[in-house]
Design a protein around this ligand. Structure first.
Ligand SMILES: [Fe+2]
Ligand SMILES: [Fe+2]
Length: 410
């Protein structure tokens, strides 16, 4: 998994601002800290950032909000039933065996090797960009680790029912562990480390039924692919913004995410009941909207990061959304019309409302007053979300539904 669960036209222009890196601050960041996620109630309603803040005992706590990367759990018994070849005749075992071979090949086995450039580059990143860079690493590491936990458990639970699918999940968890580990090593360049053991135990898990896990993880993998490859291509063309070597690894890295997404695509094809009715269309649109909006709001709160690597945040996000949506249209039965200019206008209005909501949180008002001030803003945000959801969708998908229906055994 990558980036958030949270988000297709090529990027035409990027801002020409110079990279915002300062001079090296030798010895300024000598203290090593462990970062732990707090499990406090999320900040309602539109959520802020996972801002790291110093806490007692030298540890760093991260504020968890609605837009923070989540950990997922599911109904493993239902999963076992879905992948039982005796029950589900749609499972194309040959396709899964071929996919398993791909995963066993392990193309990136020797890809994630660090060098001394990392620490040197980290020491040159200074000022506000340094903090926002750390946050990028933390959030990415959490998202990758979340994928690791979910896939590992699925690999374990499906072993008896469907050993091939189970092994693919285990190999995907291998990839995600590698990604999370690489990002966590990146944090060590900033003298920080995410306490992943603590995260596993202390973090709240969001329960999704298997069908929703498929929609959410498919989108998460594909949006992760488009984010990584877009950053990689941009920095290849504009090397003056290559401020930290991790981005050089994104080309092969994103291929892992792409493979993960393709596996979920195969899984969904094997479960046509999740793709072939009006409910599936409504849910597909809902998950697309949640993921795109989450990414857009998150990234617009962190424009310093994207501008720091020479990207225009909104252009970058729209490119990623449009490409992800085009990819998703191959499998989801309906997607949003994200290329309609009205969709972006709605996203931009949500950003404005979210900024106002964040501003309310920053005031010195008592909680009751803050909540009263939030009511009209939340109503406005919900109304924009609903309007975006209700925009005429695009009928999509490649599953031949008629072909599958007679074979359904549920
Ligand atoms: Fe990943
Ligand atoms: Fe992934």
């Amino acid at each position: 998994m990558a980036a958030e669960m949270a988000l297709v036209k090529p990027i035409s222009k990027f801002s020409n601002t110079t990279p915002k890196f300062g001079t090296p601050r030798i010895g300024s960041y000598s203290k090593f800290s462990i970062i732990r996620m707090s499990t406090t109630t999320p900040t309602p309603p539109a959520a802020a950032s996972t801002s790291a803040k110093p806490s007692k005992k030298g540890k760093t706590a991260i504020k968890e909000t609605l837009l923070t990367p989540r950990f997922y759990t599911t109904d493993f018994d239902e999963m076992e039933m879905l992948f039982n070849t005796e029950i589900n005749k749609n499972l194309n075992q040959d396709e899964f065996v071929a996919l398993l071979q791909e995963f066993k090949t392990d193309y990136n086995q020797t890809h994630f090797v660090r060098n001394k450039e990392f620490k040197e580059a980290a020491d040159k990143i200074d000022g506000p960009l340094r903090q926002i860079f750390v946050e990028f690493l933390e959030r990415s590491c959490t998202a990758e680790f979340s994928g690791f936990l979910l896939y590992k458990e699925l690999g374990r639970r499906l072993k008896k029912t469907n050993p091939v699918v189970a092994e693919i999940f285990s190999l995907m968890s291998r990839d995600e562990a590698r990604h999370a580990g690489f990002l966590n090593k990146g944090l060590s360049d900033f003298n920080l480390a995410l306490d992943l053991g603590f995260l596993t135990k202390a973090r709240k898990y969001t329960f999704f039924k298997p069908k929703f896990i498929f929609y959410a993880t498919y989108l998460s993998e594909k949006i992760g692919y488009w984010r990584y490859i877009t950053i990689y291509r941009h920095l290849k063309q504009n090397p003056e913004y290559q401020c930290y070597p991790i981005f050089k690894y994104f080309e092969n890295w994103c291929q892992d995410e792409n493979r993960h997404g393709d596996f979920f695509s195969a899984l969904m094809k094997a479960q046509p009941q999740f793709l072939n009715d009006w409910k599936a269309k409504l849910w597909a649109r809902f998950f697309c909207l949640s993921v795109y909006v989450t990414m857009y709001l998150n990234d617009c709160q962190r424009t310093a990061f994207y501008e720091g690597i020479g990207l225009d945040t909104k252009e970058f996000d729209m490119h990623v959304i449009i490409e992800t949506n085009r990819t998703t249209a191959r499998i989801f039965p309906a997607v949003l019309d994200v290329e309609n200019p009205e969709f972006k206008r709605k996203l931009d209005r949500m950003v404005e409302i979210n900024e106002k909501l964040l501003a309310v949180g920053e005031t010195d008002d008592i909680p009751l007053v803050k909540n009263l001030k939030r009511i009209p803003l939340v109503a406005a945000l919900v109304s924009e979300l609903l309007a975006a959801y209700l925009m005429p969708p695009i009928e999509s998908g490649s599953v031949d539904l008629a072909e599958f229906e007679p074979q359904l055994v549920y």
